[in-house]
Design a protein around this ligand. Structure first.
Ligand SMILES: *Cc1c(COP(=O)(O)O)cnc(C)c1O
Length: 367
């Protein structure tokens, strides 16, 4: 079965193999060296000075960012399930927040964010997704962050980059906190989240908040090569291997290849008359609006061994989402596209003629 969901993604053999080694104790010079090296490698992805790994899925890092950073009031952007989550976290901790809501296909607008901030002086932290995975939508985070900082440089900007870090080179010059997740672009099993923080974010956090998810405490410890609690050693060792692999390919090449594969994938899907759902598609996936999504998913899973994700909430049955994160071989993507085209034929929607793979190949192999 090809796992073609936009998280979790397939774990390559070279990553799985790292879990076969002997257990390393975390309070040893051997592990200290690996941890410090992995943090250093991860810094090249976030471009932020303070980095930390947390033993939780991505949501744990989202929660830690909310609890450690908001002093008065949060502003949250909700254009899907993950944007909605910021508000749920605030609610769970009795943190005051204002939410700006958009349709799942619509990117946040700079003007809306600015108006909200100018209209409420209590807002001190902005929370937004770079890619909102519910609809495969790319928010103009860099532009929003730059404009917000022009108005008030003390507003902390937190970007959920769980389906953006490792996918593209995110410009974090105006971003204070960026969050990543192991099971997305980093090709690891679920269970590790990563967070990068700016000098300003560290200042804002003061002593930190909470116990296990006290970011100040954990960042301080990890940057000394230690950790407050037992870290997810296996995941960190595997992440080290992944980051070295990406460096070997070169991050530039990896990001270019991801962007090129995305362009080819979208062109192929459009060639077989499918509609891309978001107004601004993110590079991490292709989200397709399709009224018979569940029938199509069933056909490609049972007949062709391809598992793509469906839609959530009100988009259930109307959307399917194909992963574009990680290292995906062309033969796999070709098979995914071909199985979708075959399913369209079986559903009586479009006669199969191999156009999908033809367009994918010619776009992808273009120099
Ligand atoms: C997957 C994902 C998350 C985190 O989900 P977990 O299940 O907690 O790992 C958060 N934000 C986005 C955009 C995601 O795609």
């Amino acid at each position: 079965m090809i796992l073609a969901t936009p998280g979790p993604v397939e774990i390559p053999l070279f990553v799985r193999e790292t879990f076969l080694g002997e257990t390393i104790h975390h309070r040893t010079p051997e592990f200290k060296e690996i941890l410090l090296e992995t943090l250093e490698l991860f810094r090249e992805i976030t471009h932020l000075p303070y980095n930390v790994f947390l033993s939780s899925s991505g949501t744990g890092a989202m929660e830690a960012a909310v609890t450690n950073l908001v002093k008065e009031k949060a502003l949250t952007i909700n254009a899907g399930k993950f944007g909605e989550r910021w508000g749920k976290i605030c609610k769970a901790h009795n943190i005051e927040y204002k939410e700006i809501k958009y349709e799942w296909d619509t990117p946040a607008k700079v003007d809306d964010v600015i108006a909200a901030i100018e209209g409420d002086k209590n807002i001190d932290t902005l929370f937004i997704q770079i890619c909102e995975s519910a609809g495969g939508l790319r928010h103009p985070v860099e532009e929003i962050a730059a404009e917000v900082k022009l108005i008030n440089e003390n507003i902390i900007i937190v970007a959920d980059g769980i389906t953006a870090l490792g996918v593209e080179d995110v410009d974090t010059s105006n971003i204070d906190v960026i969050i990543g997740g192991s099971q997305k672009a980093f090709m690891l099993p679920p269970g590790l989240s990563m967070l990068g923080a700016s000098e300003k974010a560290i200042e804002r956090m003061g002593e930190g908040k909470g116990f296990y998810f006290n970011l100040v405490n954990e960042i301080k410890k990890q940057n000394e090569g230690s950790s407050a609690f037992t870290p997810a050693t296996g995941h960190i060792i595997a992440l080290n291997t992944v980051l070295k692999k990406l460096k070997e390919i070169s991050l530039k090449n990896h990001f270019e290849n991801t962007a090129k594969r995305h362009k080819a994938l979208l062109a192929a899907l459009e060639e077989i008359d499918l509609s891309i759902f978001p107004q601004e598609p993110a590079l991490s996936m292709a989200a397709v609006y399709f009224e018979k999504a569940e029938e199509l998913r069933k056909i490609i899973k049972t007949k062709y061994g391809v598992n793509v994700a469906g839609g959530q909430d009100h988009m259930k049955g109307k959307l399917f989402r194909i992963n574009n994160m990680g290292l995906i071989e062309d033969y796999k993507m070709s098979h995914i596209i071909n199985s979708i085209e075959l399913a369209l034929d079986e559903l009586g929607i479009r006669k199969y003629d191999g156009s999908g793979v033809r367009v994918y190949s010619s776009e992808k192999l273009k120099v």
